[in-house]
Design a protein around this ligand. Structure first.
Ligand SMILES: *Cc1c(COP(=O)(O)O)cnc(C)c1O
Length: 384
């Protein structure tokens, strides 16, 4: 969504007129999978139909299932928690901190005897503090499955997001840093996990690839992509590094120009995150509402879908259409923690009500940043 150009349109048109199905020699999906793995400095990538299907495949491929708790942050798209339920496990929702990411200390406190994995989510182009999260994960032997849907191209202190654990997921829907309409990808740190993620995403795929897989295929869903989308992912990835560079620079300049306000929210890896969103952390929900209004921005709590208190099917424990397939009712999940309430994490709700979000753009010029910072500095003077 950051930028769709004529190159994307031409690539899709060309592919439509040549070959759309993904299983053909040297196809666009296959070459993109290799290229993307290289781009993130990772190992193996499997394309899927969406970020949600990628998250689900990642969890399934690392062996998460009934009987397991998976920790997810209080602020993310509901799909993170949905993916946990899709593989039969139970999401445990944990506090964020004022960087808008999962709080490593809250993660440490939340681990229980059933907790098998944690899903750090890199929201709005920012990144989690992966040094601290990995330390906690090692201490408790948790699998780390990063949700990188909103942070494609970002890194934590030089290491690309999505390469910290055995599997991770990306989304290429319209709103993400690169898009092909709808799409997703799983990164897998080894061959076995990769083979399972492929099978999970296209359970009949082995018929098309000459049955060359090194394990017995299992029954799963279908989230296959087309080479039309693969073609667009290539042209989108061509321009991503340039866009991220401009976004990072815009954010860094805006921070400099407004840091005297004392309101800039903590940033976990300023030189490496994507720079798509500027966050200000206000002393109270009242001052945040006024500040947001004065500068024409929004509050993190008001996006309508990224705070846990809005995840109705989860809060009301409707985990599947069929009761016997519902993880909330499965015998194996009896010992898992699954008590949810809209007000159960007051600290996160308070933080989200105090975080003001200002979207940045790759085509901001110096004059735009100056005008924006003047508005922000003026609004900050009104805060007592
Ligand atoms: C977009 C998004 C997803 C889901 O991606 P889809 O492609 O819409 O299925 C999951 N997690 C986060 C954090 C997202 O932003």
């Amino acid at each position: 969504m950051l930028a769709i150009t004529k190159k994307d349109v031409d690539a899709v048109r060309y592919q439509m007129e040549s070959h759309i199905f993904r299983y053909n020699a040297g196809g666009k999906c296959s070459t993109f999978e290799e290229r993307y793995a290289q781009f993130i400095g990772g190992k193996h990538v499997a394309l899927t139909a969406s970020g949600t299907s990628a998250l689900t495949a990642a969890l399934a491929a690392v062996g998460i299932g009934p009987g397991d708790e998976v920790i997810v942050p209080a602020h993310t798209y509901m799909a993170t928690a949905v993916a946990v339920l899709q593989v039969g496990a139970i999401p445990v929702i944990v506090d964020i901190d004022s960087s808008i990411a999962l709080d490593p200390a809250a993660l440490d406190d939340a681990v229980g005897p059933r907790t098998r994995a944690v899903m750090p989510v890199h929201m709005w182009g920012t990144v989690c503090n992966m040094r601290k999260i990995m330390k906690v994960a090692r201490k408790h032997k948790l699998l780390v499955v990063e949700d990188c849907c909103q942070a494609i191209g970002g890194a934590f202190e030089g290491k690309m997001v999505g390469t910290f654990g055995p599997a991770s997921a990306y989304s290429f829907n319209y709103w993400k840093n690169i898009t092909c309409g709808e799409g997703g990808a799983v990164h897998c740190a080894n061959h076995q996990v990769h083979a399972k993620a492929i099978c999970y995403s296209d359970c009949c795929g082995f018929f098309w690839t000459g049955r060359k897989i090194n394990f017995d295929p299992f029954v799963a869903g279908s989230a296959r992509k087309s080479d039309m989308e693969g073609a667009m992912l290539h042209t989108q990835l061509d321009q991503l590094p340039g866009l991220i560079k401009k976004l990072r620079s815009a954010k860094q300049r805006l921070i400099k120009a407004t840091e005297k306000t004392g309101l800039v929210a903590p940033v976990n890896s300023l030189d490496w995150e994507c720079g798509t969103m500027m966050l200000y952390f206000l002393p109270s929900t009242e001052s945040a509402a006024k500040f947001a209004n004065d500068i024409g921005a929004g509050l993190a709590i008001d996006t309508g879908r990224h705070s846990y208190h809005e995840w109705d099917p989860i809060l009301q424990k409707r985990g599947h259409i069929h009761p016997d397939m519902d993880p909330f009712r499965m015998q194996k999940n009896k010992g898992c923690r699954m008590t949810y309430a809209k007000d159960m994490l007051p600290r996160s709700l308070d933080i989200l009500g105090r975080l003001v979000m200002v979207g940045l753009s790759h085509d901001m010029r110096a004059a735009d940043i100056k005008a924006l910072s003047q508005k922000i500095n003026a609004a900050a003077k009104e805060i007592v």
